[in-house]
Design a protein around this ligand. Sequence first.
Ligand code: SF4
Length: 82
Amino acid sequence: MSDYVIPPPEPKEIDEQNWLALRDLMERAVLRPVPFEGREQCNNCLYYLDPDAGISYCWHPQLRVLVGEQWWCQWWEAVPDE
Ligand code: SF4
């Protein structure tokens, strides 16, 4: 039997790079995990791809990331009336 112990998982360099890039994006967007003034949030924003999903893709050109339905950012825009 081997004495080798599987090391616990830990973040790699790529994870640090990803975190720095995403944190910069988060700060530029003023991205928040809660609605703004109780009414503006991702799932009622023009850029939220699937309003019925709890997590969806934000296609705002400055973002293009996954976001949660109750998040908010400074680029929130109302869905125009049809
Ligand atoms: S633009 Fe902002 S508020 Fe709108 S879906 Fe993207 S992250 Fe959410």
